[in-house]
Write a protein that binds this ligand. Structure first.
Ligand SMILES: [Zn+2]
Length: 420
């Protein structure tokens, strides 16, 4: 084994057979390691745990060392995955997938459940189906990833493992909303690939990558709906133009608001939605040869002061108070036509004190407006948080906005882009 020479230990190892080339290489590696271990003449041998500073074994040091190498990012991934952006069962799926704990064919082969001959990927018919192949490198999955990257003009390179891929999956741009979309897109794509793989294996049904791309958008839209944000795009709009997902940034296209949209705003119950209308009118200019009359219009704003909707409608020559009543009536009609579930409050601001007095009274007002006034009164009774307020500069505001918008002279409701 060795001997002492001038108080220094010299190794002398004897071997039962002569070295092969591989043995010589190993010995060359072992010998310097042995020389690193100083052997003391007068001291007893002891075990030293090098992973802790005092040389003693602790479970924590062992755990830290294990996780340092296996998945360096599992802690931060855990926070990202369990953030409630996607349904719980899909969070569970993602959590298991990044730890390579879902039953891919390669795993089933290693457990002896299926023979190695059946371990091929069903999506591309090549390569053994393991986590990285299935979700990252399979040509089928890759086509979906490439499509997603191209949508946002981004090039991406995958690392080796799914966990590393997810830990690096950060959108290199601004905007909290799109960053959440970006993070969710990773999960929605691997989930969609997994579902497709299962459909093919267990139900013998297959979809094209084109179908899967649509499904990715549908699922994303569906999940975004649960984020309790006033995201106004319909699923059709998102499918037609995925740039809608950049909602809140200047790159997002203008949503075409359908009837369901105010309902969607209304569904944002936790935001305590208050719909505030400013109504007023702009008379036709006599220089255009107009003989009185004009356009009455209104702008709907949310709690944050963003304009959600505008309407405009021509009126014949009539008293300004009567026009104000028509404008208030129109604002109520639009609010009610979409239902009021979840809308905490509707408030309408007008600068006609007389019109407001008629609306708030039981029976005042011109007889030719009594039908409209009664409608306003009954709405007020049905909705306790319905107010009509005096705002002295509402007409000035309306004119300022209307000049910019150049309304056409027809009854028109324009839904605005939902701002940031
Ligand atoms: Zn494949």
């Amino acid at each position: 084994m060795g001997f002492w020479e001038n108080n220094k230990w010299q190794w002398e190892l004897s071997w039962v057979r002569t070295f092969r080339i591989r043995d010589s290489i190993e010995w060359e590696q072992l010998h310097p390691l042995l020389l690193q271990a100083p052997i003391q003449h007068n001291e007893k041998d002891s075990l030293v745990w090098t992973l802790s500073s005092n040389g003693e074994f602790t479970v924590k040091s062992f755990y830290d060392e294990l996780y340092k190498d296996v998945t360096p990012c599992l802690g931060s991934l855990s926070r990202k995955i369990w953030s409630g952006l996607v349904p719980l069962r899909i969070e569970v799926f993602t959590w298991l997938a990044v730890q390579e704990r879902i039953n891919t064919k390669k795993k089933l082969t290693s457990l002896g459940i299926i023979p190695p001959s059946e371990s091929g990927c069903i999506l591309c018919d090549s390569g053994p189906e393991d986590i990285s192949h299935l979700f990252l490198f399979c040509p089928f999955a890759m086509e979906i990833w490439s499509w997603w990257w191209n949508l946002w003009n981004i090039s991406w390179v995958w690392p080796k493992s799914l966990a590393q891929a997810l830990s690096q999956w950060i959108f290199p741009g601004k905007g909290i909303f799109f960053k959440q979309i970006w993070f969710s897109s990773f999960i929605v794509i691997i989930w969609s690939v997994w579902r497709e793989r299962n459909e093919r294996i267990f139900n013998s049904k297959s979809s094209s990558t084109r179908d899967i791309k649509t499904l990715v958008l549908v699922r994303l839209w569906w999940w975004v709906k649960s984020w309790k944000l006033p995201f106004l795009y319909s699923v059709e709009e998102v499918i037609r133009n995925p740039k809608c997902l950049q909602w809140g940034s200047s790159k997002a296209p203008k949503p075409k608001i359908s009837h369901s949209h105010l309902k969607n705003i209304a569904e944002v119950g936790s935001c305590k939605l208050i719909l505030r209308w400013v109504v007023g009118f702009t008379p036709f200019s006599p220089s255009n040869g107009a003989d009185g009359g004009g356009i009455y219009s209104g702008h709907l704003r949310n709690n944050w002061g963003d304009t959600l909707c505008s309407f405009s409608c021509p009126f014949p020559p009539m008293n300004p108070e009567n026009v104000a009543v028509l404008a208030i009536h129109r604002a109520i009609q639009i609010s009610l036509s979409y239902g009021t579930a979840g809308v905490q409050e509707i408030s309408i601001n007008s600068d006609s004190i007389l019109a407001i007095r008629w609306c708030l009274s039981r029976s005042d007002g011109p007889s030719n407006l009594s039908f409209i006034l009664n409608f306003i009164r009954s709405t007020r009774q049905k909705l306790p948080l319905f107010q009509i307020n005096l705002q002295s500069d509402s007409n000035a505001q309306i004119r300022k906005i209307s000049e910019k918008k150049r309304f056409v002279f027809s009854d028109e409701v324009i839904w605005e882009k939902y701002p940031k």
